[in-house]
Write a protein that binds this ligand. Structure first.
Ligand SMILES: [Zn+2]
Length: 221
């Protein structure tokens, strides 16, 4: 299964090179860089391929609309659906707790454009209050939760965090780590909730007012 296929080619190449068949698509929100590859994947896999996504109707290809609390069968794994408005009003996140089906205490989170490493999504539609609450909802899981956010924005997010909070040793350490990872040509994603609790100003905001201040400062950075 694939989450948010913004384009089809990289997904199809991966499937072909591993001899896999696509058995479903999970969609977090309607932006083109998250849904642009769905049509091509459907034309290859067939129109009956399950496409899970917001029940708002904004993603035309969604044939399995889901809401808060719904469970999506991802082969032997169960993904729980969370409504996380803010970036868009109908934004979803998917969370897989491996303890449900496998002997692991790991949690895998697919927050789309809600939570990024060192940052969060822009408020295109929702309010600061909504995004604050959405981030709190995602931050309830254990520190070892692997966060597969949708974009590699970490470097610029940490640059902002350093400027906003120059005395934070944790953010300074994260900046050094991120630079080292990127210099090796590697991705900083997945991150973990534990890393984000140490270095993400947005999930650490105490209240919606503080969150709004940080969000507006980042928007003008
Ligand atoms: Zn988006």
């Amino acid at each position: 299964m694939v989450v948010d296929p913004g384009c089809s080619k990289s997904v199809q190449d991966f499937l072909d090179s591993h001899g896999f068949h696509l058995s479903g698509i999970l969609v977090t929100h309607h932006h083109m860089d998250h849904v642009g590859g769905i049509d091509a994947l459907l034309s290859k896999a067939g129109k009956n391929l399950p496409v899970y996504g917001p029940a708002s109707g904004r993603v035309a290809q969604v044939n399995r609309p889901v809401r808060e609390g719904d469970m999506v069968d991802v082969h032997c794994l169960i993904a729980r659906v969370f409504e996380v408005p803010g970036h868009t009003v109908d934004h979803l996140a998917y969370v897989i707790e491996l303890k449900d089906t496998m002997k692991s205490d790991e949690v895998w989170m697919f927050p789309g454009d809600t939570l990024f490493s060192g940052g969060c999504g822009r408020l295109f539609e929702g309010s600061a209050q909504q995004m604050f609450e959405s981030l709190q909802k995602l931050n309830q899981f254990p520190a070892n939760t692997r966060v597969f956010c949708a974009h590699e924005y970490t470097e610029s997010n940490i640059r902002f965090a350093r400027a906003y909070s120059p005395d934070s040793k944790n953010i300074e350490a994260r900046e050094i780590e991120v630079r080292r990872i990127r210099e090796q040509g590697l991705s900083t994603i997945p991150t973990t909730l534990g890393v984000e609790r140490l270095s993400n100003l947005f999930i650490n905001a105490e209240n919606p007012i503080e969150f709004k201040q940080i969000r507006e400062a980042k928007d003008h950075f």
